[in-house]
Each structure stands twice: as structure tokens, then as C-alpha cells.
Design a protein around this ligand. Structure first.
Ligand code: HEM
Length: 500
């Protein structure tokens, strides 16, 4: 019995040691931060799915308002939250080469080599090829097709909503986002508007629900990659594989939906040789189907997830701020009149206020919970007596920065004028980081503007959007989703405009 007891005490001490072994990390470096608790560090509320991680960072950012950086522990992993914008600039732009990855590594065969999660060595080579599909020329050439899809969506929306006094915004706009992203990048019509097609909602649940694999990785760093585990369910990979295979067979039959030089064309080209010259080096990188399935995954995830949320939030704020909506509608009408009622690429580019509405929406709701970087080589933080060692995660919180009164007075007010060129010029360049910054900033930001702008211009040229008695007064975020997603359903009403 005493022997068993002794064993138990030793085992408990070892577990306790493991669960607290890093907890002097920030104290030793004189970095202030909240006290961690064994096993969970400062992450307990995120672990229990009571708080979205983006909101946790915001709370800590506010609590340590006199600090340039805050030291915290995600489970037992030391993580540095950067508050100071010059340091944000240092880690994302100036010293980028010292922290070029995001630090979440998982099975390369199961989506882990996508552009977002891949190491910089892989991502810079793939990114160079994929960038070719985001040029202005390509957007201009395919603009009519994108507008056609928005028209198709409006027909669907009208059918679904006009006889009702209100509708739930997010699920309907998810269909537009999936349809437009799949057409634009994969040349595939996934029949998103068929009522019995569960694809949009099914994939949404699979992709957006946070799994405990992340916490496991934070407790036992390196486990996912070592055991070849994915951070996403198998069904997501299966769907993306099917997209790659169908897309490539369509390319061979010249059957993709008119969008030339799309992601699938790039993939087909890369797969032909199975290798590609490494960017900036004198050697080649092996190209696998798995790697390319990963790229379809990140395009799907980034394209539908962000767009459905940004349109939902924008419509919500337009309904709550009728004067902003009036101004936007006036701009849309004026520009369309100049172009004989046709939404062209040039007309879209003239709608400056529309772009400001987009920017203000993603300022208030940056969607991304954080921007992360993994220290590859020790980094000396500028203006501080602090060196961050290899394998520490550095985090920037777009939500916290963009709700800081110092940069955005009355941050809870929806004011697109904050993004007039004069106002933007007066702010620190890192005061707006919804698309990140530096060489790993968002690849799809220009397309995101376009996808949003086409849909809004089409919608608001026909309808006004109004709040109903069921529209929530404020927006909270659920902890059950990866992107910053409203915890309540958002209901709005469309009212047909009487145009003179
Ligand atoms: C409102 C819409 C969007 C928002 C707010 C958004 C936000 C972001 C953010 C914050 C990052 C990380 C940046 C960093 O770490 O510095 C990112 C990366 C990325 N985004 Fe987006 N995104 C959006 C739309 C899109 C779209 C439509 C696509 C593709 C079709 C896309 C593709 C990517 C890719 C591939 C990366 C990884 C880039 C790299 O590591 O090289 N995003 N995005």
C-alpha cells in the first residue's frame, strides 16, 4: 500500500511538473501577464468554449494597457501578445524572416500543407504561382461572370425572402459565398442554391467547429505532425480531393465554367511535372496531390467563411445606421447611372464609399481571431530589453487593436468615414490588420473586396435592408466557431426600393 501511494504521489508530481513546467517563462524575462493555472495556463475559458480566443486576447490587451507586450500561456505554451504597433510592424514586416510561419503544423497529407498553415519554405513557392490568379486583368476579364452569379443569388434571395417579414442572414449569404468562390477559383457549379443540397451547411459545421486537436498541440507541441493527425475532419479533405479531381478532369475536357487561369488550372499545371522550382533557391520542391488539395481547402475556407460573415455584419450595420445606408445607396445609384445601369469592373472601382463600408465592417468584426507567428530564430524586440527565443508564438489581435480608442475613437460606432484616404494616412499602418501584414498577409484581400462589392452593389440597387423587432441590439461572438461569428441569429428584412 505505501508503495502504491508513493507511486501515485510521484506520478501526480510528474504530471503537475509537466503541466506547470513553462510557467516561469515570462517572469524570467520580466514580461507582465496574468497568472497561469496548471494545465490550462490562461486558456481555461477558451478550453471550456466559454470565450472566443479573439475575445480573450482583447480582454488581456485592455487589462495590460500600459504594457507593450503581454506574456500569457495557451495551455502550457508561452505566447506573447503584442500591443505596441511598432512591435507589430517589426514582427509582421521588418523582422519577418525571423518569424515566417504561423506555428501550427499538422499532417501534410491531411490539409496541413495549405498556404495558410504551410511553412514559409513551401508557401512562398506555391504563393508565387497562385498569385497569378489575383491580378486586376483576371478580375476584369471574369467580372461579368461574377456579376451573373450575384444575379443568380439575388433571384434565389428574392424567392426565399420577399414573402416573409424577415430572414436569417448568415445561412443565405453562405450560399452566395460558396457559389461565388467555387465558380471563381475552381470553375465548378456546386449547386449551392438547390434546396436539398446540404453542402454549404455541412461543410460549414465541419470546418468552423473548433476541435480539441489544437489544445492537444498546445500541451504536447509537435504531436499532430508526428502522428500525422489533421486539425480538420476527414470529410473536409475528401470534399477538397473531389473538387481537385473533378476540376482537373473538367480542365482536360475544357469544361470548366469559363473562368480561365483559375486555381484548378494552376493546380493542373503544377501536377503535370510533380515538381516546381523553389522560390529564391536553386532547387526543386516535390508537388503532391495532397499539397494541392490543401490549397483548395484554404481557398474554400477563406473564401466562403469570411465572405458570408462580412456581408452579414455589413447588412446588420447598414440596417442599424440608415444614414450610412442612404449614402451608400446614393453612391451605387450615381455610379450605375454613369455606366448605363451596368455593373462593370470600372463602375465597381469607382464605388469608393462601398469599399469604406467593407473596411469599417472588418475593422469592427475582423473575423480572424488572431495573427500568429512562430519565432524561428531568436528575436530581439525593438525598444525593449527582451529577446524572444525560438519556437515561441507571437500573437497580434486585430480585434483588440481595432477597438482601441487610441486609434478609433468610439470604436463601437459604425463609421465608414474612418477609411477615407485622409483618415487612413493619419493612422499607424498597423492600426488596421484585418488582412494581416507583410509577406504572409492575406492573399485574397482584393478578391474579398470584389466578392463583397458585387453582391452589395447588386442587392442595394434593388432593396433597402431594415432591422426587425427580432434583430439583436448588439453582437456577441460564439466560442463554438473558429472565425468571429455572431452568437445570435441575425434577422433582417429586405424592402424593395422605389426608384424614381
Ligand atoms: C474578408 C475576407 C478575408 C479576411 C478578413 C481575411 C483575413 C486573413 C488574415 C488575417 C490572414 C492572415 C494574415 C497574416 O498572418 O498576416 C489571411 C491569410 C490568407 N488568406 Fe485571407 N481573408 C479574407 C479572404 C480571403 C479570400 C477570399 C481568400 C482566397 C480566395 C483568402 C486567402 C488567404 C490565404 C491563402 C492566406 C494565407 C497567406 C499566406 O500565408 O501566404 N483570404 N487572411
Amino acid at each position: 500500500m505505501p508503495f502504491t501511494l508513493a507511486l501515485l504521489i510521484i506520478a501526480c508530481s510528474l504530471v503537475y511538473y509537466y503541466c506547470t513546467r513553462t510557467f516561469n517563462f515570462w517572469k524570467d524575462k520580466n514580461v507582465k501577464g496574468p497568472n497561469p493555472i496548471p494545465l490550462f495556463g490562461n486558456f481555461i475559458e477558451v478550453f471550456l468554449r466559454r470565450k472566443h480566443v479573439g475575445i480573450l486576447y482583447n480582454d488581456l490587451y485592455k487589462e495590460y494597457k500600459n504594457e507593450k507586450v503581454v506574456g500569457l500561456f495557451r495551455m502550457i505554451s508561452p505566447t506573447l501578445l503584442v500591443r505596441d504597433l511598432d512591435i507589430v510592424k517589426q514582427v509582421l514586416i521588418k523582422d519577418f524572416e525571423l518569424l515566417p510561419d504561423r506555428g501550427l503544423y499538422y499532417s501534410k497529407e491531411a490539409l496541413g500543407d495549405n498556404l495558410f498553415h504551410a511553412t514559409y519554405d513551401v508557401s512562398k513557392t506555391i504563393r508565387k504561382h497562385v498569385t497569378s490568379i489575383f491580378t486586376s486583368r483576371k478580375f476584369r476579364n471574369n467580372f461579368d461572370l461574377f456579376v451573373d452569379r450575384a444575379d443568380k443569388f439575388l433571384d434565389y434571395l428574392e424567392n426565399k425572402t420577399m414573402k416573409k417579414s424577415e430572414f436569417e442572414v448568415l445561412p443565405i449569404f453562405r450560399k452566395y459565398a460558396v457559389d461565388s468562390i467555387m465558380i471563381a477559383f475552381c470553375g465548378l457549379d456546386v449547386k449551392a442554391y438547390d434546396d436539398d443540397n446540404p453542402l454549404c451547411d455541412f461543410m460549414d459545421a465541419q470546418i468552423q467547429t473548433p476541435t480539441y486537436f489544437i489544445e492537444m498541440e498546445l500541451l504536447f507541441p509537435g504531436t499532430l505532425a508526428k502522428w500525422n493527425l489533421s486539425a480538420f475532419p476527414k470529410s473536409v479533405r475528401e470534399f477538397c480531393q473531389q473538387v481537385v479531381r473533378t476540376g482537373i478532369s473538367n480542365v482536360a475536357k475544357e469544361d470548366s465554367l469559363n473562368v480561365k487561369n483559375n486555381l484548378i488550372d494552376v493546380i493542373a499545371e503544377l501536377l503535370k511535372d510533380n515538381k516546381v522550382a523553389k522560390e529564391g533557391e536553386d532547387s526543386f520542391m516535390q508537388v503532391t496531390e495532397d499539397m494541392l488539395i490543401g490549397q483548395v481547402f484554404i481557398f474554400y475556407f477563406a473564401g466562403y467563411g469570411n465572405n458570408s460573415l462580412v456581408t452579414t455584419y455589413a447588412l446588420y450595420h447598414l440596417a442599424q445606421n440608415p444614414e450610412v445606408q442612404d449614402k451608400l445607396i446614393a453612391e451605387i445609384d450615381e455610379v450605375l447611372e454613369k455606366y448605363d445601369g451596368k455593373l462593370t469592373y470600372d463602375a465597381f472601382r469607382e464605388m469608393k464609399y462601398l469599399q469604406m463600408v467593407f473596411d469599417e465592417t472588418i475593422r469592427m468584426h475582423p473575423l480572424t481571431n488572431s495573427i500568429t507567428r512562430n519565432v524561428r530564430t531568436d528575436v530581439k524586440i525593438e525598444g525593449m530589453d527582451l529577446v524572444i527565443p525560438k519556437d515561441t508564438i507571437v500573437v497580434v489581435s486585430p480585434y483588440a487593436i481595432q477597438h482601441d480608442e487610441k486609434y478609433y475613437p468610439e470604436p463601437e460606432k459604425f463609421e465608414p468615414e474612418r477609411f477615407s484616404p485622409e483618415n487612413v494616412r493619419q493612422r499607424h499602418p498597423c492600426a488596421m490588420v484585418s488582412f494581416g501584414a507583410g509577406p504572409r498577409s492575406c492573399l485574397g484581400s482584393r478578391y474579398a473586396h470584389l466578392q463583397f462589392g458585387i453582391c452589395m452593389a447588386k442587392l442595394l440597387s434593388k432593396y433597402r435592408v431594415e432591422a426587425t423587432e427580432n434583430t439583436v441590439k448588439t453582437i456577441d461572438y460564439t466560442a463554438m466557431r473558429l472565425l468571429l461569428t455572431p452568437s445570435d441569429r441575425i434577422y433582417l428584412r429586405l424592402v424593395r426600393r422605389n426608384r424614381q
